[in-house]
Design a protein around this ligand. Structure first.
Ligand SMILES: O=C(O)CCC(=O)C(=O)O
Length: 288
């Protein structure tokens, strides 16, 4: 197991975040990019047939095509919705169970690992307020019973992330704060929960540019935000979380899946189909 060195684990525990370049092989992101391109192609084919679009812009690169397509559309939301949020697909499953990432988690919380139900794919379009996430703790988006659950949160760029294209910014040491009350209607578009300036603790504000294959590690009480994307391209990213399966996730209504376990290896989820059926079984049980 590679994972983090003991110095990196101490730094992560002490500062509440860690910038870790070359955490995994950047090529591992390629199947997801292919899957996303396929989803965009499928929607565009339908959009052209329905007269919503005229040009598929198929020659544009991954980091430019989606925003150029969105500009052609009167209502881009259905297209953007195809490549946003909680995609339970084969490529997403492969990233969530990437052994290099799980080794990082194991070096912090040990070998019992739940892929947490809260995860996101984000296409942060240039010059759009709606993608700018204000200062918050991830715990502010979860039930408070997860306050004592140590989470290892990965922020993973699918294109090199920079202050210009909207990378993450973190307040060092802010993970020592308790859960702070988050207000609705925050961020430049008023579409996120977040913290007011006078609620922010002092502490160094660290901008976190990171290349593909690198990650920003956060804890669930670490205060962080993403800055505006003022570049000419899309800042694609994933945010994934892991915790101990025996502890509350703060998302009781949606299950995660066991990604690694020394104690109960037979319970490890082995395929995207199994992941999908865990989620379906839980929503059927909730509706019963
Ligand atoms: O990717 C972003 O812009 C924000 C991500 C974030 O705040 C999070 O993962 O909690």
């Amino acid at each position: 197991m590679a994972g983090l060195s003991s110095e990196q684990v101490s730094k992560f525990r002490e500062e509440g975040f860690l910038l870790f370049e070359d955490a995994f092989e950047a090529v591992a992101l390629e199947p997801l990019r292919i899957e996303l391109t396929q989803r965009i192609d499928n929607w565009v084919e339908k959009g052209i047939a329905e007269g919503l679009l005229s040009d598929p812009l198929a020659d544009l690169p991954f980091h430019q095509r989606l925003s150029a397509l969105a500009e052609q559309l009167e209502h881009p939301e259905p297209l953007l919705g195809q490549v946003h949020g909680k995609l339970r697909t084969a490529a997403m499953f492969d990233i969530l169970t990437n052994p290099d990432l799980l080794d990082v988690v194991e070096s912090v919380i040990g070998p019992e690992i739940l892929a947490h139900p809260q995860f996101n794919l984000r296409a942060k379009l240039p010059h759009q307020d709606a993608g700018v996430v204000p200062w918050h703790q991830d715990l502010g988006y979860l039930e408070a019973d997860a306050e004592e659950t140590f989470m290892v949160n990965f922020w993973i760029p699918l294109v090199d992330a920079t202050p210009e294209n909207g990378c993450m910014e973190v307040i060092a040491g802010s993970h020592r704060a308790p859960l702070i009350a988050h207000a609705a209607g925050m961020g430049p578009a008023g579409n996120f929960k977040g913290l007011e300036d006078d609620q922010l603790p002092s502490g160094e504000r660290a901008m976190c540019p990171v290349r593909q294959g690198g990650v920003v590690l956060l804890q669930h009480k670490t205060i962080h935000r993403s800055v505006p994307n003022v570049s000419d391209h899309i800042r694609w990213s994933l945010d994934l979380r892991y915790s101990d399966p025996r502890l509350p996730t703060g998302r009781d209504e949606v299950p995660g899946f066991i990604a690694r376990s020394a104690e109960t290896p037979e319970q490890v989820c082995r395929s995207v189909e199994q992941w999908q059926s865990i989620v379906e079984a839980s929503s059927t049980a909730a509706g019963a």
